[in-house]
Ligand binder design. Structure first.
Ligand code: PLP
Length: 420
């Protein structure tokens, strides 16, 4: 309560803007995730790896736009790409362009895909991938995993499809990382078109899939004649060719998005040529894949330039190693406490559990013993220490974050632990 009172006292502008926003937006909000009580902190601007709120406080940005903000807020290469695209190409051109061809070629080579198609969000990428899988197999059902998040209308938190999930009855939800139960579910589900899985659950708490689990469900999908679709919307940044390739998973389809737009709206889905051929307009009976902004000039050029010139394979590797070192330090500092850190590379999940669980393999491990009070307190106190984190405990590092910022963060976590 003291932390909340101090938040209210320190952020009069955020409070004022929230009160104004509720007059027009339900709950003052247009992205549910960003709503926090008593009111959300209103961010005024971002520069490099920092953000400033409406009352002028400066924070190191550890939200990283939920992994889409990999390049920070003002990368010079990205600014230049935006400027030169506006000058040389203009905005959306209502035509196929050289820009989309170039980016498609880079994405296919980098992520080992035969064919790829662009969309505007990760949600769309997954919806199109599922439609493609249904068309390809002539079947309808999809196995997904508890805690899985595949977009606004494809969410499976708590073991069932969220109220706004599309075609809810067509999803069968299995437990993440429970190999034998998942294989059994795949084997016994009739009319199965696809298995859709994140190789590491992102929104579900940064929980990596075990290799045993991921390979077993891929095998079971194959035996069933269903497509194995990897949702790499978050995880493609974790290894030079994406996490699936790193693990050797060989999915039929892959979905991507987030940072691959270079900070602009983006989604993509791709995979094996025979499967992606369902979207070939030269083929009778193909599926239509439309979207006014699918190939908009800015997302194509900025995404392409950033991936090619900034997030090179070497940069990706070094960056994720830094993330691993940070997680190790945080886990060493919190050893024996109720706080623990999960994830892989540059994506980190924070968990406050009554028993101080270390080996978290799925959301069910945590359920019932979560210490939301400590999690909220952590958020308030990290703001005071100058760190912008998500309330639910998800950290996505930005590429250019400095060692000094990370060291100060570790110190702040150590001080938090000592206080509570
Ligand atoms: N899939 C995963 C694994 C995600 O983490 C997200 C977003 O957080 C999505 C899909 C949806 O992407 P978007 O928010 O761009 O629709």
């Amino acid at each position: 309560e003291a932390a909340e009172a101090s938040f209210i006292a320190n952020n009069p502008s955020s409070k004022k803007y929230h009160n104004e926003a509720v007059e027009y937006l339900p709950g003052g909000n247009t992205r549910t995730l960003l709503h926090t009580s008593p009111f959300p902190l209103a961010i005024h601007k971002g520069q490099g790896t920092y953000v400033w709120d409406e009352d002028g406080h400066q924070y190191t940005d550890l939200v990283g736009e939920l992994s889409a903000g990999l390049y920070g807020h003002s990368h010079p290469v990205i600014r230049k790409a935006i400027d030169s695209t506006l000058v040389s190409s203009g905005l959306s051109l209502g035509a196929t362009t050289r820009l989309e061809r170039e980016y498609a070629s880079l994405l296919c080579k980098r992520f080992c895909l035969d064919r790829v198609r662009m969309a505007n969000t990760g949600t769309e990428a997954n919806l199109h991938a599922l439609a493609g899988a249904r068309h390809f197999t002539g079947r309808r059902k999809v196995v997904v995993f508890s805690g899985g998040y595949h977009g606004a209308v494809l969410s499976f938190d708590g073991g069932k499809p969220s109220a706004n999930t599309v075609d809810r009855d067509l999803f069968v939800v299995a437990k993440y990382n429970d190999t034998s139960a998942a294989v059994e579910t795949i084997r016994t589900t009739d009319d199965l078109a696809a298995v859709l899985v994140e190789p590491m659950q992102g929104a579900g708490g940064c929980i990596p899939g075990t290799e045993e689990f991921l390979f077993a469900i891929r095998q079971a999908s194959q035996e069933k004649g269903a497509l194995f679709i990897l949702d790499e919307v978050m995880t493609s940044r974790l290894a030079p060719h994406g996490l699936g390739v790193e693990l050797g998973l060989k999915p039929d389809m892959v979905t991507m998005g987030k940072y691959l737009g270079g900070g602009l709206a983006f989604g993509a889905f791709g995979g094996r040529q025979e499967v992606m051929a369902v979207y070939d307009p030269r083929v009778a009976g193909c599926l239509a894949h439309s979207g006014t902004f699918n190939n908009n000039t800015l997302s194509m050029t900025v995404g392409c330039t950033a991936l090619r010139d900034i997030f090179t394979e070497a940069a990706c590797k070094a960056f994720n190693e830094r993330g691993d070192r940070l997680r190790d330090k945080l886990n060493a500092a919190s050893h024996g406490t109720r706080l623990s850190f999960t994830g892989r590379g540059s994506l980190i999940g924070l968990h406050f559990t009554e028993l101080g669980l270390r080996n978290i393999t799925c959301g069910e491990d945590v359920r019932g013993q979560e210490r939301k009070d400590l999690r909220d307190l952590f958020w308030f106190e990290m703001l005071e220490a100058g760190f912008w984190t998500t309330r639910r405990g998800f950290i996505a590092l930005m590429l250019d974050i400095e060692d000094q910022q990370l060291e100060t963060f570790v110190d702040s976590v150590v001080a938090f632990i000592a206080r509570h």
